[in-house]
Design a protein around this ligand. Structure first.
Ligand code: 5GP
Ligand code: ZN
Length: 133
């Protein structure tokens, strides 16, 4: 009886995960179901132009695997996060803002201003950026 209950709980969790990944707008971009202007891509990371740019350079750096937010970052995916960080200066150089300067932002949760619940780093530059918050 208990094993049945555990099985149903695991199945429900898995189904919830599959639904999230199916519906997630950035997972759809990864799967090419929604068009995007890709700046860089490899097996782990995708970088694409933000649809509503807030600066002359505004790209989003995302993991291809679904991670909802910074709240899901932990020792198990720290390598991937470190790798994403290593991609950012390459993109900054490619976009010609490495020397002029840029900002990397990740919004987390409601008060952090997170709208898309797939971890992403905004890379902003190409003009003098103003204060935070
Ligand atoms: P957040 O507020 O979650 O940190 O930022 C989400 C970002 O994703 C926003 O800057 C928004 O313009 C961008 N965005 C939302 N939907 C799409 C989309 O379908 N395509 C692209 N390229 N960017 C999107
Ligand atoms: Zn996703």
């Amino acid at each position: 009886m208990l094993s049945h209950l555990i099985f149903i709980m695991l199945l429900t969790t898995k189904l919830r995960e599959v639904t999230i990944i199916n519906d997630c707008i950035f997972c759809k971009i990864v799967r090419n179901e929604i068009p995007s202007t890709i700046v860089y891509e490899d097996d782990r990371v995708l970088v694409f132009e933000d649809i509503n740019p807030r600066a002359p350079v505004h790209v989003l750096v995302i993991p291809k695997d679904h991670i909802a937010s910074m709240n899901e970052v932990n020792a198990a995916n720290a390598d991937l996060l470190g790798y994403m960080m290593s991609v950012i200066p390459q993109i900054a150089a490619q976009k010609g803002i490495a020397e002029s300067g840029y900002r990397v932002i990740t919004n987390t949760g409601a008060e952090g201003g997170q709208i898309v619940h797939h971890l992403h780093f905004h890379l902003l530059g190409g003009r003098q950026l103003k204060g935070l918050g």
